[in-house]
Design a protein around this ligand. Structure first.
Ligand code: SF4
Length: 237
């Protein structure tokens, strides 16, 4: 698959049906629906990344939620995790408004893009290793398209960290050996291994899941601190 632009990539991702289990799950969730959303038409497809093609900062999550991104068609949109993330991005100056409710609500991400290593909602929020590996080619294409501008990545959670490092190695950056370990506040720099790439700094941040935000493991201030540091490192004002 060759994608010459981010728009082309986003369209191709939305049409992907490569993982039989995930296609069945996302479509069943869209058909059965959660009671609170029974009058809505679910997206029910793979959820593309969100944000400009010349982003300097990339936020990497895990996968869409069955009644969040799989419902609205937009990453982190329609669930509590997204509420926490977009509010922090707004405070950090990375989003034009503090909430993201649906496609077409006017939200603009500022110098920043959001994506995930797996683009379809998985049962129990747990993609299999096969599904993660099958979806990696979309992430590699996305990293390649963003490469001319990309300077920092904020990775939400250890699962995303593990999924991202091989994709970075295949996308033209040198991943240190042994591989850097995930932790909240961890940061590491990757040298470019191909022309047209700059030095890339990746930041670890606890995931914005309710499990972390409800327990105080990740506070809004902790998330905002990481985003502000990544923004500054990316040269965004
Ligand atoms: S998870 Fe990725 S590879 Fe699998 S169907 Fe969805 S978009 Fe395609």
């Amino acid at each position: 698959m060759v994608c010459r632009s981010i728009d082309e990539l986003d369209g191709a991702v939305a049409d992907c049906r490569a993982c039989a289990r995930l296609v069945a799950w996302r479509e069943e969730a869209a058909r059965v629906k959660r009671a609170a959303y029974r009058d809505e038409t679910y997206w029910g497809r793979a959820v593309p990344g969100l944000g400009p093609a010349d982003a300097r900062l990339l936020v990497v999550g895990l996968a869409p939620a069955a009644h969040g991104g799989n419902r609205t068609g937009r990453m982190f949109t329609g669930d509590r995790s997204g509420d926490v993330l977009f509010a922090a991005m707004y405070r950090a100056g990375l989003a034009s408004q503090p909430d993201s409710t649906r496609r077409g609500d006017g939200l603009r991400l500022l110098g920043t893009r959001i994506t995930a290593p797996v683009h379809c909602a998985p049962p129990d929020n747990k993609p299999t290793p096969d599904e993660r590996d099958r979806c990696r080619h979309w992430l590699i294409i996305e990293l390649g398209l963003l490469a001319p501008s990309l300077r920092t990545i904020v990775v939400l959670g250890g699962w995303g960290w593990q999924a991202l490092l091989p994709a970075l190695a295949e996308s033209g950056w040198t991943v240190p050996r042994p591989r850097p370990k995930f932790g909240h506040g961890v940061r590491c720099s990757l040298a470019p291994a191909l022309p047209g790439r700059g030095e890339l700094t990746i930041f670890g941040c606890y995931h914005v899941s309710q499990q972390n935000t409800f327990t105080g493991r990740l506070t809004p201030a902790m998330l905002e601190d990481v985003l502000v540091e990544a923004k500054s490192t990316a040269g965004l004002r």
